[in-house]
Design a protein around this ligand. Structure first.
Ligand code: NDP
Length: 238
């Protein structure tokens, strides 16, 4: 599970660990979020490892995969969650931001999936975290929606290629999720955004990290053994 120190990734890794899974996850920036994650994981039944590894960097991905192999042998699931997004008007979108968005989202997903593939056997699965904006578009997010759309195509092709080996591949596309990132905004701006995003949803609220984690746990579980190449929207929309 990539990118477990904050936000949605933290929710997924804790939900999996509480359900009894052994987990390996990674982050880039050391700090309190990593320390509290380790504390929370210590209270869960399985093995856990929280490593500093940048999934946009091939050498770090090698280290991460080697650590998974050393501590767990094989993997039942790979969840490509780590991703970055800096909104930018298209007129101002330079080559560096375009390349960073591609590397930090799509290429990172490719590097991790390709490198961990030898650890995946029949019955295992890959889940890529996309975004609902890949389907509806987003002003200021041309670069981000481009890579998140590409993830959906990558998922479908990988599902075809890996299906004969018994490996399933799916995407989960969250809508706006209420994470720490919103709390870091000035209070009024956070409330404005919460109200605006809640109004998009048929359920009248933002999603929670647990909403996303439950969809991921379903896809990697034995409840989804005939589900592959699919995208599940977790956005409260019709
Ligand atoms: P956050 O920025 O809150 O957290 C991202 C996590 O991933 C952090 O733990 C971060 O660690 C880690 N991470 C990011 N890049 C890397 C990297 N290159 N290598 C290792 N770790 C990395 O993100 P969210 O929880 O908001 O988003 C998670 C995923 O969900 C992303 O793919 C995002 O695009 C998607 N998504 C989010 C939505 C939302 O509303 N939040 C909506 C739709 C999709 P560190 O801080 O150390 O970099």
């Amino acid at each position: 599970m990539t990118g477990g120190s904050r936000g949605i990734g933290r929710g997924i890794v804790l939900a999996a660990a509480r359900a009894g899974a052994d987990v390996v996850t990674c982050y880039r920036t050391p700090g309190e979020a990593v320390a509290t994650l380790e504390e929370e994981l210590a209270g869960t039944p399985g093995k856990h490892q929280v490593l500093r590894a940048d999934v946009a960097d091939e050498a770090d991905v090698d280290r991460l995969a080697a650590a998974c192999e050393a501590s767990l042998g094989g993997l039942d699931a790979v969840v490509n969650n780590a991703g970055t997004f800096r909104p930018q008007p298209y007129d101002e979108l330079g080559p560096a931001e375009w390349a960073a968005t591609l590397q930090g989202n799509l290429t990172a997903t490719h590097l991790v999936t390709r490198r961990t593939l030898p650890l995946l056997g029949a019955g295992s699965s890959v889940v890529n975290i996309g975004s609902t904006v890949a389907f509806i578009g987003m002003a200021g997010g041309v670069h981000y929606t481009a890579v998140k759309s590409a993830l959906v195509g990558m998922t479908r092709s990988l599902a075809r290629e890996l299906g004969p080996r018994g490996i399933r591949v799916n995407t989960v596309s969250p809508g706006r999720i209420d994470t720490e990132a919103l709390d870091e905004l000035p209070v009024e701006e956070a409330e404005r955004q919460r109200a605006a995003f809640a109004s998009f949803s048929a359920l009248g609220r933002l999603g929670t990290v647990d909403d996303v984690a439950r969809a991921v746990l379903f896809l990697v579980s034995d409840h989804a053994t005939y589900v592959t190449g699919q995208n599940i929207h977790v956005d409260g929309c019709v």
